[in-house]
Write a protein that binds this ligand. Structure first.
Ligand code: ATP
Ligand code: MG
Length: 378
C-alpha cells in the first residue's frame, strides 16, 4: 500500500501510516493474530474514536503473504451498491502491476462492468448492470478464495446491510463466508446498536460469526508522548502540562484531539502555550456555532434541558434518579426517559459502559458539549 504524506502531523481524515498513528498496539496485535488464526473480527466503539483508522493500521501491518482489501459501504443502499463497492474495493486494494492484480483486473472485466476513474482521487470505480448482484458477489469471493494467498476483507460501515431492501443479504453473505476458508473478514461500523444486534442476536445469521473487539480511548500517557513527539519532529515545543490541558479539553476523544492539535500546529507557533490552544479551541467553537444552534432548534424544551444537564455533568450514570432530575429541574423521570431516547436516536447523546460494566450517558460531540457548558449559565 502506498501512502501519501499528510499536510499536518495531525491529520483529521484518512490513514497515513504508523508515523501518524498513535498507539493501539494491543488492539492491532490482537486483531492480526485472530485474523491469522482464521477468525473474522468485529471492531466496535463510539463514533470518531478511531475504528476506521485502526482497520487501515491492521491491514497495513498484515504480513505481505496476505491480500488485504478495504471497502466502505456507507453509501450503498442495496445489493447492487454492495457489489459495486466490493469490486471497486478489490481493484483499489490489489496493485494492478502484481501477477495477482492482473488476474483481478481480468476477472472483474470478465464480469462486464463499466469502469470509470474518480476524477479527484484517480481510484477505479466499478458499476454493474446485472439482475442478480448476489451471484456476482459470490463469484468475486470465490475468485479470491482461489488466490494462493489468504485474504482479509475489511468491510467498514457494515451495519448498512441492515438497511438494504433485500431482506436476506446477511443470510447468504454469512453462508458464503463459511465456504471460504482462505478469506477472513474484519467488520466495523459507526452505528454500534445495529452492529451489535447483527452479531449478538441468536436469531440472526451473523450471530457469533466474528470475534468482537471493543475499542476505548487511547491512554493519556500514550497520546501525550505521541503529541509531544509529533510537534518536536516539526520543530515545535509543547510541554507535558500543556498537552495534559489539551487532552482534558478534548476528553481524549481521538477525532477531537487530532482536530485541536491540527489547528494548534497550523498556527506555526514554535512554542505552544496554553493561550495557543485555548484560542484555537474557541475558534473551533465559534466556527461550529451555527450547527449547534441548529441542533438546539431541532429539540423540544425538555430534550434541550436534558442535553444541557448531561453536558454540565459530563458523565451521567442515573439520568432518571431523583437526585439528577431534581438537581436539574427536569420534571418527571418518564419525561427524562423519553427525551433520553430521542437524544440517543439523534446521536447527540451516547450510552456506554465503564470498565465495571456500569452504563453511563455523555454528550457525543465534544465541541457541542464544551459550547453548551461554556455558553449557558446553569
Ligand atoms: N490511533 C490514532 N492516532 C492518530 N489519529 C487517529 C487514530 N485513530 C484515529 N485517528 C484519527 O481520528 C479521526 C477519527 O478516526 P476514525 O475515522 O478512524 O474514527 P471512527 O471510529 O471510524 O469514526 P466513525 O464512527 O464516525 O466511523 C480520523 O481523523 C483519524 O485519522
Ligand atoms: Mg469509521
Amino acid at each position: 500500500m502506498s501512502l501519501n504524506k499528510p499536510s499536518s502531523p495531525f491529520p483529521t481524515t484518512g490513514y497515513f501510516g504508523p508515523k501518524y498513528f498513535c498507539d493501539r498496539d494491543d488492539e492491532t496485535k490482537s486483531l492480526i493474530s485472530k485474523l491469522q488464526n482464521g477468525e473474522s473480527c468485529l471492531v466496535l466503539g463510539i463514533r470518531r474514536l478511531g475504528k476506521t483508522a485502526l482497520i487501515h493500521h491492521v491491514l497495513y501491518h498484515m504480513p505481505k503473504s496476505w491480500n488485504t482489501i478495504y471497502l466502505d459501504i456507507l453509501h450503498t443502499e442495496n445489493e447492487y451498491g454492495l457489489l459495486n463497492a466490493i469490486a471497486s474495493g478489490l481493484l483499489r486494494s490489489i496493485p494492478e502491476k502484481s501477477i495477482f492484480g492482473n488476474k483481478v483486473w481480468d476477472f472483474i472485466k470478465s464480469l462486464r462492468p463499466t469502469i470509470s476513474f474518480d476524477p479527484l482521487t484517480g481510484y477505479p470505480q466499478v458499476g454493474f448492470d446485472v439482475k442478480e448482484p448476489d451471484k456476482q458477489i459470490k463469484d468475486i469471493f470465490r475468485f479470491l478464495a482461489e488466490s494462493s494467498k489468504p485474504t482479509v476483507i475489511a468491510i467498514d460501515e457494515f451495519q448498512q446491510i441492515a438497511h438494504y431492501p433485500e431482506k436476506n443479504t446477511d443470510a447468504w453473505l454469512r453462508s458464503l463466508m463459511q465456504t471460504l476458508p482462505q478469506v477472513h473478514f474484519l467488520f466495523a461500523g459507526s452505528q454500534q446498536h445495529i452492529l451489535s444486534n447483527l452479531f449478538s442476536d441468536p436469531g440472526k445469521p451473523f450471530f457469533k460469526s466474528a470475534s468482537p473487539l471493543k475499542i476505548g480511548k487511547i491512554s493519556e500517557a500514550a497520546y501525550s508522548s505521541f503529541i509531544i513527539k509529533s510537534f518536536k519532529r516539526s520543530g515545535s515545543d509543547i510541554s507535558p502540562e500543556v498537552v495534559a490541558e489539551i487532552l482534558k479539553w478534548t476528553q481524549l476523544h481521538t477525532y477531537y484531539v487530532q482536530l485541536l492539535c491540527n489547528r494548534v500546529f497550523a498556527t506555526g507557533e514554535r512554542v505552544i502555550i496554553n493561550e495557543t490552544w485555548q484560542q484555537e479551541a474557541n475558534k473551533l467553537l465559534m466556527e461550529n456555532e451555527p450547527f449547534f444552534i441548529h441542533y438546539r432548534s431541532m429539540l423540544t424544551g425538555p430534550q434541550w434541558n436534558l442535553l444541557k444537564s448531561i453536558a454540565k455533568d459530563r458523565i451521567v450514570r442515573e439520568p432518571t434518579s431523583k437526585s439528577f432530575v431534581e438537581k436539574h429541574k427536569l420534571g418527571s423521570p418518564s419525561t427524562v426517559l423519553r427525551s433520553l431516547e430521542t437524544l440517543q436516536q439523534k446521536e447527540l447523546v451516547f450510552k456506554e459502559y465503564d470498565e465495571n460494566g456500569n452504563p453511563f450517558y455523555s454528550v457525543y460531540d465534544v465541541l457541542f458539549e464544551q459550547w453548551i457548558a461554556g455558553k449557558f449559565a446553569f
